[in-house]
Ligand binder design. Structure first.
Ligand code: B12
Length: 275
């Protein structure tokens, strides 16, 4: 078996039953599917909230000795959250590591299906069927409101091109004003961000914890809305709730009168088409 980057992954026969996840969103996906097979996760793996497994430090600084001590049959990583160095060192220690690449909703659905069904040889869980139902049909939805999504401050960084989040927004009828930017998570001046033409700036609570007291005050031109960061960046069970959140952002913009087309119903329509 090879992973998304062409790395060789040696797997046991049959279903894999000892997995360590170094990706918070995939930890949630694994726990929602076969919790007993998850034997380790990072300290940032906060969902499901009642998950009780040994923690192996962070996504960017995992305790590789602790990972090894858990004797995993597989360690799960993704390119943007984890470091090449850790993948290499774990593999050098004889631990199979599978690395996914996610830069779009289509990638997310493919990675979730490949990981759960082909790599781990588990059965398709009901939540994944529902995620496919909610998101598969939105790809051609016309854009209907403009947003920007900062994910860090001092320096300010925003979600840019070739990212899962930008594609998720697009499919929900929300056009990221930084979608055409060079970088995936470019640094921007907050002044420029405020003037970038977003109908609403979405301020997530992770990785930077934007709050009512920390974030909105930096904007004098653009409207802001505090949102769940997990719903914008975690591929897995959170994608069901994400569809509801983004539909509500769309509905707000309709009320503000910024709409130029009929489109806020795209997500609802998608649900019906595939229901
Ligand atoms: C941008 C960013 C994101 C982006 C994703 C990109 C990323 N993680 O780098 C988004 C918004 C999705 C994100 C999400 C999260 N993030 Co974040 N994020 C950042 C931020 C602001 C900048 C990091 C950065 O510059 N990335 C850009 C560069 C470095 O990444 P890149 O261009 O993709 O290039 C890398 C890869 O391509 C990789 N690579 C290249 N080749 C190969 C080959 C292989 C095999 C592999 C594996 C990798 C690899 O190496 C490159 C360099 O590292 C930092 C804070 C900061 N200011 O540094 C936090 C930070 C990295 N995030 C963090 C966390 C915890 C999260 C979340 C868990 C949310 C949370 N609770 O805070 C989620 C996880 C989402 C998930 N899917 O599960 C922590 C990590 C803590 C730690 N010590 O481990 C940081 C340090 C913030 C903090 N709290 O201090 N994050």
């Amino acid at each position: 078996m090879v992973d998304d980057l062409g790395g060789e992954v040696l797997l046991p026969e049959g279903a894999v039953s000892r997995v360590v996840s170094l990706v918070p969103s995939l930890t949630e996906a694994l726990a929602a599917t076969r919790r007993e097979a998850l034997v380790g996760a990072t300290e940032w793996c906060t969902h499901p909230p009642d998950l009780q497994v040994p923690r192996v430090r962070g996504t960017k600084n995992p305790d590789r000795a602790a990972v090894g001590a858990l004797e995993p049959e597989l360690v799960v990583c993704v390119q943007e959250e984890n470091r090449e160095l850790d993948v290499r060192r774990l593999r050098d220690a004889g631990i199979p590591v599978w690395v996914g690449v996610v830069e779009s909703v289509e990638d997310a659905l493919r990675v979730l299906r490949t990981l759960l069904l082909d790599v781990l040889a588990w059965e398709e869980p009901a939540w994944l069927t529902e995620v496919g139902r909610r998101w598969a049909a939105t790809s051609e939805a016309p854009t209907r409101a403009r947003v920007a999504v900062p994910i860090w401050r001092d320096p300010w960084m925003v979600v840019g091109a070739r990212t899962y989040t930008t594609d998720l927004l697009r499919r929900a009828g929300l056009d990221n004003v930084y979608a055409g930017d060079e970088g995936r998570y470019p640094k921007v001046e907050v002044d420029e961000l405020d003037r970038a033409g977003a109908d609403v700036v979405l301020l997530p609570d992770e990785p930077y914890v934007f709050t009512a007291q920390d974030g909105p005050e930096a904007f004098t031109r653009s409207a802001t809305r505090l949102v769940s960061g997990r719903l914008l960046t975690w591929y897995g069970p959170a994608m069901v709730e994400a569809a509801d959140l983004l539909a509500s952002v769309r509905a707000d913009q309709r009320e503000e009168g910024t709409d130029t087309s009929s489109g806020g119903a795209a997500l609802d329509e998608m649900g019906r088409e595939h229901g």
